[in-house]
Design a protein around this ligand. Structure first.
Ligand SMILES: Nc1ncnc2c1ncn2[C@@H]1O[C@H](COP(=O)(O)OP(=O)(O)O)[C@@H](O)[C@H]1O
Ligand SMILES: [Mg+2]
Length: 167
């Protein structure tokens, strides 16, 4: 367990290994990363990733296809997740995901994306982006950016957009 109170100060001295639109990712050097929200959308996505991982961790998809979330602070501005290596291309992702003998790589890939889309309302465009995926320590492909579910989109993206149109 991390003492998150002192942790924020320490973060600044750690290597920054990734930056998205709502989170910064720091390497903790022990096979884990800290995903630090830079806005409320980042907090919502941190919370969503934690909940998906914790609630569904007996489930095939979350167990196999989501990067582990180990810990989070009280307001979810920081989560601790398993560190993954970058997946470079869609071709590499398809091959990595394929657990058949290689003949049905394409079908297996499309089915996996469909399943993730239907169960978690994750955006297909995001799911098909190799940068949303990483290789875990077991050399398995896992989603590293899975917090933008339909629910989070509804709450933090869609409605906000709708209101701003009327300003
Ligand atoms: N578990 C992880 N292991 C290694 N790098 C990561 C991990 N999660 C995210 N990253 C890196 O940090 C970047 C930003 O993280 P991401 O989850 O995409 O945040 P955002 O929600 O802001 O887009 C990613 O594109 C990736 O390069
Ligand atoms: Mg991202």
């Amino acid at each position: 367990m991390i003492n998150f109170q002192n942790f924020k100060k320490e973060l600044k001295s750690l290597p920054l290994i990734g930056k998205g639109t709502s989170r910064k990712v720091y390497d903790l050097g022990n096979g884990t990363v800290a995903k630090v929200a830079t806005n409320v959308k980042g907090i919502a996505q941190n919370k969503q990733e934690t909940e998906i991982y914790e609630e569904d961790s007996s489930d095939y998809y979350s167990l196999k296809l989501f990067a582990i979330v180990y810990d989070h602070n009280e307001n979810y501005s920081i989560i601790i997740a398993e560190k993954c290596i970058k997946i470079k291309s869609i071709k590499q992702l398809k091959i990595l995901l394929d657990d058949t003998d290689g003949e049905e790589t394409e079908i297996h890939y499309e089915n996996t994306i469909e399943e993730l889309f239907h169960r978690f309302q994750l955006g297909k465009r995001d799911l098909k982006r190799p940068s949303s995926w990483g290789l875990n320590s077991k050399n398995e492909p896992v989603l590293i950016d899975y917090g933008l579910t339909g629910q989070v989109w509804e709450e933090h993206y869609y409605r906000v957009k709708k209101y701003t149109i009327h300003y």
